[in-house]
Write a protein that binds this ligand. Structure first.
Ligand code: SF4
Length: 335
């Protein structure tokens, strides 16, 4: 059986080391049911008061420094993600949650993957995936090496070895020229999309939860068709709303102001709107023809259909304004 490993030892050590008296606990949605277990354990072991924050958590970028100050807490325990490598977000301690996948499932997937790679005569493989599957990535590196295959991994701008974020695909880009194919370890499509834009090589998506391996094909073309449709609508817009997220890791006010200037230089109007959460219902009353999101790339990709007006990103705005050709579409990353 596969399950998430909840290990509080690092958090407890850090609370003791920092002599923290009050702690904010930030949990992903699926882990909130474990709030009592986590709070009881931490309070018993350290004597610190725990306050569970119930706002949604979107990623490593979504921190609660403001809330920590407000609650007069010493530190935040942020569960589910790893630290953005080069960013110091102050008093946040990251506690990643890793999946422990049944060893028989890992063996079965490893074996299936080797057969697919042999069929394609592939010898050198790049591996990258989401942090939750780090143990499976480690298993695959070892297993594939034992089968005589050469494994390469890279680091991201914001992530560690063989780790991928939807806003940072450098761990794959950095090894692009050294590999015959990429194995992406994760669930869901979003994280694999930047890889599909990054390289023109075979990509196998290995999902340890569904126990599947499939070659990724066609997602990029489908995605581009949707985006070109939105860009066409944006070309007709006269009044733009530029959206800035106040979340620390997504905050790009300078980019927003630069985009505003670019729009105004074309004789059109632009206004900047800021919010912590970028949700369509917060912007319904605004008389805007097109929104441009400068926050997490996931918002303009996965939520675009929920918006009544076109929602595009900065790269797509350049295209709508005729400053970038359609052939030069690139997947927008955060940093
Ligand atoms: S900006 Fe988006 S993709 Fe990047 S870490 Fe945050 S939630 Fe994930």
């Amino acid at each position: 059986m596969s399950e998430l490993i909840l290990d509080l030892s690092e958090g407890i050590q850090e609370i003791q080391k920092q002599k923290a008296k009050r702690v904010v606990i930030q949990l992903p949605e699926g882990l909130k049911v474990k709030s009592f277990e986590i709070v009881n354990e931490i309070q018993t072991q350290t004597g610190a008061q725990c306050i569970v924050l119930c706002d949604p958590v979107f990623g490593a970028c979504d921190l609660a420094e403001y809330e920590r100050n407000q609650l007069k807490a010493d530190i935040i325990l942020h569960f589910g993600h790893t630290q953005f490598v080069k960013k110091d977000f102050g008093k946040t301690i990251y506690i990643p949650l890793l999946y422990e996948i049944d060893s028989r499932v890992e063996e079965k997937l490893g074996n299936e993957l080797v057969k697919k790679l042999q069929k394609e005569k592939i010898k050198t493989i790049g591996i990258s995936g989401v942090i939750q599957f780090k143990p499976t990535i480690e298993f695959l590196k070892k297993y594939l090496t034992q089968q005589g295959l050469e494994i390469k991994t890279g680091k991201g701008k914001l992530t560690g070895e063989a780790q991928l974020l939807g806003c940072d695909a450098l761990s794959v880009k950095s090894i692009e020229n050294q590999v015959d194919c990429i194995v992406y370890v994760g669930d869901g499509n979003f994280h694999s999309l930047p890889i599909q834009f990054t390289l023109d090589k075979k990509i196998f998506a290995l999902n340890p939860l569904n126990e599947t391996i499939e070659e990724l094909k066609g997602d990029k073309e489908r995605y581009l068709r949707q985006r070109y449709g939105l860009i066409a609508l944006a070309q007709r817009a006269q009044k733009f709303g530029i959206l800035v997220s106040l979340k620390e890791g997504q905050y790009r006010i300078e980019l927003a102001l630069q985009l505003k200037k670019t729009i105004e230089q074309t004789g059109k109007q632009a206004y900047v709107f800021a919010a912590d959460l970028i949700l369509p219902e917060f912007f319904i009353g605004l008389d805007i023809d097109c929104f441009v999101c400068t926050a997490c790339p996931r918002i303009s990709i996965e939520d675009a259909k929920k918006w009544k007006k076109p929602l595009i990103n900065g790269i797509e705005l350049e295209m709508a304004l005729g400053k970038r050709s359609m052939e030069n579409y690139i997947f927008e990353e955060l940093i």
